[in-house]
Write a new protein. Structure first.
Lengths: 111, 113
């Protein structure tokens, strides 16, 4: 079945460092791809998404490009801030209208 | 303000005592679903609903029930909770599911003793 694999955390970075969180997927069709973020004590909120191959999603300085040839959707940010500390989930759209999530990557940014 | 609300936010109960977690959305979304989040497992879908009176099982439906009598509400029912249902639960809604953005509630942390 469809699945998402993302890099295990936790990831600890210093402020202004470059961030990459790897995400690869397995899917039979042409899913949409998402990154959701969960701040401490809160629900998930959409960070960015891409609906077809070569699309780039971007928001709040984060970017990810839908790479069909490598089945990847890596999340990047050029300069992280302390306020970016959160858990990041990669997900794809499933056949039941659901989201299929990776296990999440916890990011901690130190000042 | 567009939102998904869940109640209660925290609940501690005992094995076998029936409970209901409510979920409501104010965005007129057709698609609603429930997920549970467990350490090391990410989020897994429990049940979903494509519209009023239309519900179906997700990946981990055992021990749960749902109903969709109104478009805005989608309660999750645990008729006889067990300790393995201790988890963090999220309700979500979207226009039609699939590639649409899903909006999540704040979560309900359930502990079953």
């Amino acid at each position: 079945g469809d699945s998402v694999t993302q890099m295990e955390g936790p990831v600890t970075l210093s402020e202004e460092a470059f961030l990459t969180i790897n995400c690869t997927y397995t899917a039979t069709g042409y899913p949409s791809l998402f990154w959701y973020v969960q701040y401490p004590g809160e629900g998930l909120q959409l960070l960015l998404k891409a609906t077809k191959a070569d699309d780039k999603g971007s928001n709040k300085g984060f970017e990810a490009t839908y790479r069909k040839e490598t089945t990847s959707f890596h999340l990047e940010k050029g300069s992280v801030q302390v306020s970016d500390s959160a858990v990041y989930f990669c997900a794809l759209s499933g056949s039941q209208g659901n989201l299929i999530f990776g296990k999440g990557t916890k990011l901690s940014v130190k000042p | 303000e567009a939102q998904v609300t869940q109640n209660p936010r925290y609940l501690i109960t005992v094995t076998g005592k029936k409970l209901t977690v409510t979920c409501s959305q104010n965005m007129n979304h057709e698609y609603m679903s429930w997920y549970r989040q467990d350490p090391g497992l990410g989020l897994r879908q429990i049940y979903y609903s494509m519209n009023v009176e239309v519900t179906d099982k997700g990946d981990v439906p055992e021990g749960y029930k749902v109903s969709r009598k109104e478009k805005r509400n989608f309660p999750l029912i645990l008729e006889s909770p067990s300790p393995n249902q201790t988890s963090l639960y999220f309700c979500a809604s979207s226009d039609r599911g699939g590639g649409d953005t899903q909006y999540f509630g704040p979560g309900t942390r359930l502990t079953v003793l």
